[in-house]
Design a protein around this ligand. Structure first.
Ligand code: SF4
Length: 89
C-alpha cells in the first residue's frame, strides 16, 4: 500500500518517466516540478528512509540523496562518538 501523501504529489498527474530521467536536463525538469509540490519534505524523507536509489524524489536526484545519506551517517557516527566519550567521564 502506498503512503497517502503520494496521491497529493504533483507527479501523480505526470508520466512516471518524468521522474526517472536519463540525463541531467531531465533531472532538472523533475526537480522543478518537485519544487512546487506540497509533499516534497515527506517524499524526500520516504526516499531516504527506504533507500530508494533511482529517480528524482523529494526534489533530490539520486546523487543528492546519496550525499544526504552519507552526511546523515557521518552526523550519527559523530553523535555516537560524543555520547560514548561523555559516558566515560
Ligand atoms: S516531491 Fe516530486 S517526486 Fe515527490 S511527490 Fe512531489 S512531485 Fe512527486
Amino acid at each position: 500500500m502506498e503512503p497517502n501523501w503520494m496521491a497529493k504529489g504533483l507527479c501523480a498527474n505526470q508520466p512516471p518517466e518524468t521522474f526517472f530521467p536519463s540525463d541531467g536536463v531531465g533531472v532538472e525538469v523533475a526537480k522543478r516540478i518537485c519544487a512546487k509540490c506540497p509533499v516534497v519534505d515527506g517524499c524526500l524523507e520516504y526516499a531516504l528512509t527506504n533507500r530508494i536509489d533511482h529517480g528524482v524524489w523529494g526534489g533530490a536526484s539520486e546523487r543528492q540523496r546519496r550525499r544526504l545519506l552519507k552526511a546523515r551517517r557521518k552526523e550519527a557516527e559523530k553523535a555516537a562518538r560524543l555520547e560514548l566519550r561523555a559516558s566515560r567521564k
